[in-house]
Design a protein around this ligand. Structure first.
Ligand SMILES: Cc1ncc(COP(=O)(O)O)c(C=O)c1O
Length: 378
């Protein structure tokens, strides 16, 4: 049987990782400024993570959501403390798209409406309503095109105000730092204005923190830079450091109803062991602070270097976009194949940096050296 060929692949097989480094099957070392697409939060193969998952699978990998699972409460307690959302409720699922589906369902159960507002260039996942709220017609199948979603410009409060004031908007879903959209940052006045409008019209404010959350921005959540408290927060990627998992953080104003939401695999024992290990390491090694410090250093160096072809450097913490005055394709390939450095990308011209949150200052400097070498050749 062939694999269904939907991914354009680099001809590299990664089979080992440690911290912010990975090795291929020939033993070649790579610096990882991509984190397997913003997934690796605490670093590859962290010993505490390996131990927690190993111990758990030896005892019990899975049982269903029909019995008590104290590990889920441990995740909720630790996440509540570290994120500052102890009064919120946690629903666990398996991926980012599933987190957004459930967030949007909850919002619609809550106010009985069906209209959603999202930002132009948004990415919220590839299923059902999550893909409808994703501003990319190429990945929306006819069955998903159901006219629920209006896309509006980023940071244009009056455009959003005009729609929310109609009184029929179920939810506004917002990435405070757009990932796929090219590291575009929501500003404080915009988000604050949307929160006030949502409050006034019983519209639900959802922050999609799947890529920009879990410490990546240098605060636990990216919206915490903007002083706003959303009604619902969605997380995935970094929550399990590679173990597939997602979560929905839900304000106390939503009352749970038996059977209204559910999942077979969500919050299983093994996933919870991974999530607990991640939260332990994030706390013990102060990785949110590290993301802030190393991220600031890296952005400063990239800006001060005045590198050829760099048109803009933007981001927060360890979520950085480098906009080039040319397509990124060959630059990214040279970084990977000549300099052994993984990076992400968005659109046609933006190199996207999403390293593990344990990246060191020395590794950040190594990246700047590699990047300088590559750009000087163009
Ligand atoms: C902001 C954002 N939301 C949602 C998703 C979807 O997550 P998943 O691929 O786990 O379904 C992604 C994935 O890249 C994302 O970046």
């Amino acid at each position: 049987m062939n694999l269904f060929d939907v991914y354009p692949l680099f001809d590299i097989t990664i089979d080992r990782g440690e911290g912010a480094k990975v090795w291929d099957d020939k033993g070649e070392e790579y610096l990882d400024l991509y984190g397997g697409h913003a997934v690796i939060s605490i670093g590859h193969s962290h010993p505490h993570y390996v131990e927690k998952i190993t111990d758990q699978v030896k005892k019990l990998g899975f049982y269903s959501n029909s019995v008590k699972n104290p590990l889920q409460q441990e995740v909720a307690d630790k996440l509540g403390k570290l994120s500052g959302y102890e009064d919120y409720q946690l629903f666990l699922i398996n991926s980012g798209a599933e987190a957004n589906e459930n967030a949007l369902k909850l919002a619609s159960f809550y106010n009985k409406r069906t209209r959603v507002l999202a930002i132009e260039k948004a990415f919220h996942g590839r299923t059902s309503l999550a893909v409808e709220a994703t501003n990319n017609p190429k990945i929306i199948a006819p069955v998903n095109a159901n006219n629920h979603v209006t896309f509006l410009p980023i940071n244009d409060l009056s455009a959003w105000e005009a729609e929310i004031n109609k009184g029929d908007v179920c939810a506004c879903i917002i990435e405070c730092i757009q990932g796929v959209g090219g590291i575009r940052l929501v500003d404080k006045d915009f988000l604050y204005g949307i929160q006030k409008l949502c409050e006034a019209h019983n519209t639900v404010l959802i922050c999609d923190e799947i890529q920009c959350g879990y410490g990546r921005s240098g605060k636990f959540f990216a919206h915490q830079h903007l002083g706003v408290k959303p009604d619902i927060i969605t997380v995935a990627k970094g929550i399990g450091n590679g173990f597939p998992m997602g979560g929905v953080l839900i304000s106390p104003k939503f009352k749970p109803v038996y059977g209204q939401l559910g999942t077979t695999f969500g919050g299983n024992h093994l996933a919870c062991a991974a999530a607990i290990a991640v939260l332990d390491v994030m706390k013990d090694e102060q990785l949110v602070k590290n993301a802030a410090v190393v991220g600031e250093h890296l952005m400063k160096r990239l800006k001060e270097a005045n590198l050829p072809h760099v048109a803009d450097v933007r981001g927060r913490g360890l979520m950085i976009g480098i906009e080039l005055d040319m397509p990124y394709k060959e630059v990214r390939s040279a970084l990977l194949f000549k300099e052994h450095c993984f990076t992400g990308c968005s659109g046609t011209n933006v190199i996207r940096l999403l390293p593990p949150l344990c990246l060191t200052i020395e590794q950040a400097d190594q990246f700047v050296e590699k990047f300088t070498k590559v750009l000087n050749d163009f």
